[in-house]
Design a protein around this ligand. Structure first.
Ligand code: OAD
Length: 251
């Protein structure tokens, strides 16, 4: 592991242009539960009933029971050491873009400036009837939150059965193919099309560094480096090593 992290840091320091793909795991240390696994949200709630667009259309008030709790957790969450390490990697001129499946807005709060929100954002609400957007505050005033036209508002996150925003899809493919290193952090890599982004990068000759406490389907197939552990512990260490490596280059 020591050798792996040192080599990964060397790669980042030498190749310079990196992109990160993040999943729920990076926000676990901010107190936001992941979707899968023992403490996962989908253990408690059936996504077909609480996160599918058909469920929302059929019974929005029921979907809001779970979404309101999720919003409350997101509202309280702050960026953790992993988010901050990625912001530092951007300020060092190495990390160009973060592609995130998360809807919590924590990468932007940490300071990353080019964030592709692949699954939308929960801090905004949308009316599916008249396509108007509202700040999430409306969900604190009224439950379920209503548009001025009377329709129930939906979090502006991608639900199952909904397409990925076109712009996010395009930007993430361009980013994946135009970098030299991709960091894949805290994702089980089972939900498409996000799960294929590392493959798109790999096919373009990009080196893949995976960070996760558990191996995933990517670990033994396309990851060049697997740094096993929590993102909040591994990423700050990795960025420190990159900094040291670059310091040596400048002597
Ligand atoms: P998952 O919940 O599927 O996976 C979370 C991953 O994070 C797992 O591989 C964990 O091992 C890892 N993990 C847990 N704690 C960690 C930590 N401290 N540091 C780093 N990694 C950690 O989450 P996603 O892969 O993001 O989509 O899920 C993808 C999509 O499925 C979500 O965007 C959401 C969900 O259904 C929609 O709702 C459309």
């Amino acid at each position: 592991m020591v050798k792996q992290i040192e080599e990964a840091a060397g790669l980042l320091a030498a190749r310079r242009k990196a992109v990160a793909l993040t999943g729920a795991g990076i926000s676990v240390e901010s107190g936001i539960p992941p979707f899968r696994g023992r403490e996962g949200l989908w253990e408690k709630y059936d996504p077909e009933e609480y996160a599918h667009i058909d469920a929302f259309r059929a019974n929005p008030a029921k979907v809001w029971e779970m979404q309101a709790q999720f919003l409350e957790v997101i509202d309280r969450a702050l960026p953790n050491d992993a988010h901050l390490a990625l912001a530092r990697l951007e300020s060092m001129g190495i990390l160009a873009t973060v592609i995130t499946q998360n809807v919590d807005g924590l990468h932007q709060l940490a300071g990353n400036t080019d964030v592709v929100e692949f699954h939308g954002n929960n801090r905004r609400l949308i009316c599916l009837s008249c396509r108007r957007y509202f700040p999430v505050a409306r969900a604190r005033e009224q439950m379920p939150p209503l548009c001025d036209c009377g329709a129930v508002l939906k979090p502006d996150a991608v639900f199952f059965g909904e397409p990925i925003p076109r712009d996010a899809l395009l930007r993430s493919h361009v980013a994946a193919q135009s970098c030299q290193v991709m960091l894949v952090i805290g994702t089980s890599a089972v939900v498409e099309p996000a799960a294929s982004i590392p493959l798109v990068a790999k096919r373009a000759g990009v080196a893949i560094i995976e960070i996760n406490p558990e191996p995933t389907g990517l670990t033994n197939s396309i990851a060049d480096y697997f740094l096993q552990g929590k993102a909040g512990e591994i990423l700050p260490r990795l960025v420190e090593l990159v900094q040291a490596e670059r310091g040596r280059d400048n002597i």
